[in-house]
Ligand binder design. Sequence first.
Ligand code: ZN
Length: 333
Amino acid sequence: LAKYWNGPVSEFATLQPVVISLCLMGLLSRYWNGNKFGETGDYGTWRTKQELGASLPNGKVYEGGNYLGHNIAAIAVDGVGRVIDYEFNHNNVFDSSVEHAESRLVRRLFALSQVYDNWETAAANVTGGARGAARPMSLARYAKPPVALTAEPAVVRGYSTLLSAVTIYTSLESCAQCSGIMTLASVENIVYLQWDQGEFLVGNLMYNATHSASEGFTSPRPISGDEFGLSYYDQLNDGNDEFTANVTSNPFYRDGTYTSSTPSVTSYLCTDGAMEIYQSGSAEFLGLEGTLQYPEWAPPVDGALTNAQALSRAHAFLSYASAIGNRGTPHRI
Ligand SMILES: [Zn+2]
């Protein structure tokens, strides 16, 4: 308690914002696209800050370009605190309602481990066992350059436990599909920045149903932003409630032939209000350097990064993800 002895109780009671959650807000802020019903038309009072200067005869023009999917993204972090990769919702790219950020990301992580198939450590562990048993798959080691792997003791893990130390951070609470995929993938935790009332807490139900069972798959533990004092969690939920209450009388979008006035969290995630919350989180993330309460703390895991190291890597990741100009590395779009 020495650190807090002479300070206010409020400081003792305030949790450090989680670095990767804010990094995720930076990522979404960078690739914000609110054009759910197209770049032109009229999004009324909801998106005035995203209007471009020129208007067309049939409506206004909005920034963001072609709508690839909803403003929902996810970042995966390995067991020692390193960012592995990210994905966005890409429903519109594929004309599909199932191209969600978390499920895309899980598939991406498995694909990455196939690309990185280290013959040296694998060869040392060939035991003639089951197909795939020789693969030295451990994402705790994934992010290191290949040369570092050759000197390390091999860890043989099958694909069923490959992601068992991975935490996925997603901007919106996961649906049944994504919770199911993350369960099959043995993802350890799923952190989310906003409640999705349309998902009926399915991730919680799955976790409660599985985590104390001695056999079978275990769902990832859902961790809401509220659990670690993320102020943006309440802001996003309140913003969505306000949108829901008003959109029926103040349509989200209209053009000559179509009007959208249905409450929808993905429509809310196009609004100026949501965008500004994400911009605040992004700005906080960029200003975190030197403000960590416990920069030298690291979890008791071999090779775990300290908080300061994790922050430094997260900053570097966001610089990379922002510079490449794509909403996902595999497809270059
Ligand atoms: Zn989903």
